[in-house]
Ligand binder design. Structure first.
Ligand code: ZN
Length: 326
């Protein structure tokens, strides 16, 4: 089924539809799940809880969506959670620098690249505003977090841009009150918020969206002691380091050094098993190992789990080995 057919079905049968759609000032990037959509989402979460959370005895929390400024100072999001943007000097339209360059020239510049790289690509390829052919100002960073003011003093706080922040903040208490034994998996399903410049493709690039996230805390000296590794060592995963995805078992991925340790290999394995059960065709999936500039600022090694669709490869899960960043 192509994207237009899926979209038509979603709207006609009440899976999902734009938020505030009867009003002229409805903002892009906000969508509602209708009754059938909620049913589908609940089914997915049931499977997620059964196959990942209960399978490994992880803890589930439900944290607050608004969090204080200090959290995002500490996490690095205030400084780093930004997209490169370009503004037209004539009509003031704003675009994502990386997306605009990729659309026009097919040159892929990672979003975390130095801003000068975008400026160079724009001048070398003579890229102009797509609306009015005007010139662009220099590339700037735009922080994607939604700021909120708390109380009459409007104290600075933010809507969380990813669900993991409450997991990190709550870890000391959870570690103490629950069982205090590593490895410890903590999970959370909930809303996250990102002030995207160009939300599009309905549920694929949203400003308010659900994430189902798991953070596993482990002893860094025991990354190769994973009791249940045998359960998944023969699961076939497709890993892409350069041009084409290569099928290999989790064990082979580990032995070849593509996967940094047994711990990461184990989770790539159970994630693959989970998605297979959701109905995703695993032969059309890949774990794309991200390059130095492409991965998030907190990650030491990162794999994006992606599936091939009629509109190209889509990222479903970001698998980050964060080492001791948090
Ligand atoms: Zn313009």
């Amino acid at each position: 089924m192509d994207y237009e057919t899926v979209m038509k079905l979603a709207l006609e049968r009440g899976f999902y539809f734009p938020s505030c759609e009867v009003y002229a000032d409805a903002q892009a990037g906000f969508w509602e799940y209708g009754p059938t959509g909620v049913g589908l989402k609940n089914k997915f979460l049931q499977l997620w809880r059964r196959e990942l959370i209960r399978r490994d005895g992880m803890l589930e929390i439900d944290g607050s969506q608004i969090m204080s400024k200090s959290v995002f100072e500490a996490s690095g999001h205030l400084g780093n959670f930004a997209d490169p943007i370009i503004k037209c000097s004539k009509c003031n339209s704003t675009f994502r620098a990386d997306k605009t360059i990729a659309e026009i020239t097919k040159i892929e510049i990672p979003e975390s690249a130095d801003l000068i790289e975008f400026d160079n690509a724009i001048s070398q390829n003579n890229i102009k505003c797509q609306k009015c052919k005007g010139d662009f100002e220099k590339t700037k960073n735009f922080n994607m977090m939604f700021k909120v003011g708390i109380g009459p003093e409007e104290e600075e706080a933010y809507l969380r841009p990813e669900t993991c922040q409450s997991i990190f903040v709550d870890f000391p208490r959870l570690y103490k009150t629950m069982r205090g034994k590593l490895p410890l998996g903590i999970a959370q399903v909930g809303k996250s918020f990102r002030n995207e410049i160009a939300p599009r493709q309905s549920l694929l690039r949203l400003r308010e969206f659900y994430q189902a996230e798991i953070e596993v805390f482990c002893n860094p000296t025991k990354l190769d002691v994973v009791e249940k590794f045998e359960e998944i060592q023969d699961v076939i995963i497709r890993i892409q380091t350069d041009s084409e995805p290569v099928a290999m078992t989790c064990k082979e991925g580990l032995e070849s050094g593509i996967i940094p340790n047994k711990f990461v290999a184990y989770y790539l394995g159970i994630l693959t098993e989970f998605y297979e059960k959701t109905g995703v065709d695993i032969t059309k999936s890949r774990f794309r190992k991200l390059g130095e500039k492409e991965k998030a600022f907190y990650a030491e090694v990162a794999f994006d789990f992606e599936v091939e669709t009629t509109i190209g490869w889509l990222e479903l899960v970001a698998c980050n080995y964060r080492s001791d960043y948090d």
